[in-house]
Ligand binder design. Structure first.
Ligand code: C2E
Ligand code: CA
Ligand code: CA
Length: 637
């Protein structure tokens, strides 16, 4: 059908309107409709749209009209690699102008079309053909081909070629739009740093897996790297990012077909296991993953090894939703973490019992903040060189009936979340100072510091310094006999308010220590501007000092930092002689830990205070303690 200029114009207009709503989901269908329209208005036998994929070096069939009857499998016209393509397909890689056969092939590119004709014949069974191939061009890149084929001789008019060039330009726009949409989608479904599945992809996948009638159970592993924050602080952002990428790769490598490995953000990863049928199988997978992650990584000349805490949970499709299953795995991970990290926790029904236990604690706490229910234990802080006791830290316990003696891990957080932290904290400071006053009365020349943990809530309360001041007055204490331990996080919370309170405490002469240092989120720069005296190195870094070079680097940095800011450092959680050796080597002489003394009731601490020192364990053969408080330290050799 010979077309006039105006019929071509209306064809282009119609196709432009048709292409307008095309998106990633519909573009193939829309393209097929466009080709059908073109087929009906041009004198051709077949037409097609192909996209170039320069990443793999191939041209890919997107749509064609009319549909071919018997498409061979694989389709020789489906994906055609440029490297083994005939000259015409090869030309479509970078072609910028329409290629017309039989019309004058550009004389400077003597193309041999016979290979192309053979390929088309193989795909369609057509003999000699006329071809118009119009490139889709975006910027400088040839992104595809709009092609027309007619059996036998068929010249292409200038108007026709102009119209097809316009249509190819419209198709190139749709293609760019679709690609942008797909890129966005990829970004939403992939974690930018590691390339693992994103939170969103994870939830969609889990939603699918947990639909009723899907095969079950569905196993989930929740992984949380131990103390990653310190890597950030002391080895730098890039090192921590590189470390995360290493871990991501190991998790991917350790995964099985059908597993989904996702990063939830920070140092949290989730693996949705495919085809585990029991908790035992899921545990075995968890162990394998933990082992893979645990192997040290070389980063900028340092070997870094972090443990990973893994939570395991199983869910039955139709019975549990994605959020609940993930929360179960998360709870199980928290249990692993509470056991000291680098451990595996399993979600069990008795975790629901834990929730009930928590409810009981919550209900009882308010009425239990008094001498009858709460008690303090004390843990000495010691000079590692001499055994001299520099002070003690007061640690609260709750004598709960019927639950028994509760550790602070079980109720401090509850106190904080129910506005009881202020009341509890006041009781602790009062009791600790009363204890110090008693000791001072009974032990002449006792010089020591009483350390008390302060919850963030207390620190931002308006009258905290007034409370401290009145307690000091009540027990006739100098400010320098009291040390307040605050956590790092509070320092970031409300910096100005904190700074204010701390300055007023400083005027009272009390010491301020930052507890669990290295685990929080304070910027080290803040330290300089805060009236703080001591950093307590978190026990997580001390425990593996012997075996972890990374932890040694961190402790070394903290000691260096402290000395440049003129701060004291105390190592917490000293459990082994190996740790002591490294601490002394790194210049940290003050320490607390089970190796030196566990927290104990005041009557057990008193004889140590009387002696002024504890027997150092490496002298244990020569020194022995009598538990009878009336007896002095006795030497047996
Ligand atoms: P923290 O301030 O870091 O206290 C040190 C904790 O480490 C204590 O646990 C102590 O028993 C334990 N510990 C000491 N040496 C070692 C060791 O060598 N190895 C190991 N594995 N652990 C050791 P505890 O008494 O269970 O206290 C836990 C946390 O509860 C404290 O951590 C502190 O943050 C909080 N806490 C304790 N008492 C109070 C309090 O009166 N007020 C507030 N706000 N928080 C408190
Ligand atoms: Ca503490
Ligand atoms: Ca601590």
């Amino acid at each position: 059908m010979p077309g006039t200029r105006s019929t071509f114009e209306s064809l282009v207009t119609r196709i432009a309107a048709r292409l307008m709503p095309a998106d990633a989901a519909s573009h193939r269908e829309v393209a097929r409709g466009v080709l059908q329209d073109l087929f009906e208005h041009l004198d051709i036998d077949t037409c097609f749209l192909r996209y170039n994929d320069h990443a793999i070096g191939a041209t890919i069939l997107i749509a064609e009209w009319p549909p071919r009857g018997n498409v061979p499998d694989p389709d020789p016209l489906g994906t055609v690699y440029f490297r083994d393509a005939d000259p015409i397909f090869a030309a479509s890689e970078h072609m910028k102008k329409p290629l017309l056969i039989p019309v004058e092939l550009p004389s400077d590119t003597p193309l041999d079309a016979s290979g192309y004709v053979d390929r088309v014949r193989a795909g369609s069974g057509m003999p000699d053909v006329s071809v118009a191939a119009v490139p889709l061009v975006s910027g400088q890149v040839t992104t595809g081909t709009l092609g027309f084929v007619k059996e036998g001789y068929r010249p292409w008019s200038e108007d026709e070629v102009n119209a097809l060039t316009l249509i190819a330009a419209l198709l190139a726009q749709v293609q760019a739009r679709v690609r942008a949409e797909e890129d966005l989608r990829r970004a939403a479904y992939h974690d930018a740093l590691t390339g693992l599945a994103s939170r969103r992809a994870l939830f969609e996948h889990l939603d699918r897996r947990l639909q009723e009638d899907e095969p079950g159970p569905v196993g989930v592993l929740f992984l949380d790297l131990d103390r990653l924050k310190a890597l950030n602080d002391f080895l730098g952002h890039q090192a921590a990012d590189a470390y995360l990428c290493h871990i991501a790769e190991r998790l991917s490598r350790g995964s099985e077909e059908g597993d989904m490995v996702a990063r939830l953000g920070g140092d949290e990863f989730v693996i949705v296991l495919s085809g585990v049928s029991s908790l035992e199988e899921a545990m075995a997978r968890a162990e394998a993953m933990q082992e893979a992650v645990g192997v040290s990584v070389a980063l900028g000349g340092q070997t870094v090894g972090r443990g990973v805490s893994v939570g395991v949970a199983l869910g039955t499709p139709g019975e549990v939703d994605s959020a609940a299953l993930l929360s179960h795995a998360d709870q199980a991970m928290m249990v692993a973490k509470q056991q000291g990290g680098n451990d595996i926790g399993v979600f069990t029904e008795d975790m629901n019992e834990k929730v009930e236990r928590r409810t009981i604690i919550e209900m009882n706490l308010r009425t239990s903040i008094d001498d009858d229910h709460l008690t303090l234990e004390y843990q000495p802080e010691v000079d590692l060189r001499t055994g001299e006791i520099l002070g003690v830290e007061a640690l609260v316990r709750w004598k709960h009936s019927p639950l028994g003696l509760l550790q602070p891990g079980e109720f401090i957080e509850i106190a904080e979340s129910t506005n009881l932290a202020g009341e509890l904290g006041e009781w602790v400071i009062g009791r600790a100072c009363a204890q110090l006053a008693e000791w001072k009365q009974r032990i002449p020349d006792l010089h020591m510091v009483m350390s008390v943990n302060v919850s963030p809530v207390q620190l931002v309360s308006m009258d905290f310094d007034t409370t401290v001041k009145s307690v000091l007055r009540r027990y006739a204490m100098a400010g320098s006999e009291l040390c307040l331990e605050i956590t790092e996080n509070v320092v970031v919370g409300d910096l100005n308010r904190t700074k204010d309170t701390l300055s007023r405490l400083e005027r009272l002469g009390v010491w301020v220590a930052i507890d669990d240092f290295g685990t929080g989120y304070s910027s080290l720069g803040h330290l300089q501007s805060l009236p703080v005296d001591t950093l307590k190195i978190d026990r997580g870094f001390v425990r593996n000092l012997e075996h972890s070079e990374g932890d040694r680097v961190i402790v070394d940095s903290i000691v260096g930092l402290a000395s440049s800011f003129g701060l004291y450092v105390v190592a917490e959680g000293v459990e082994t002689m190996g740790a002591v050796k490294y601490l002394l080597e790194l210049g940290c002489t003050r320490a607390q830990g089970f190796l030196l003394s566990k927290p104990a009731a005041p009557e057990r601490i008193e004889p140590m205070l009387r002696a002024g020192r504890i027997p150092l364990p490496w002298e244990a053969d020569r020194w022995r303690w009598s538990t009878n408080e009336n007896q002095e330290q006795s030497r047996i050799d």
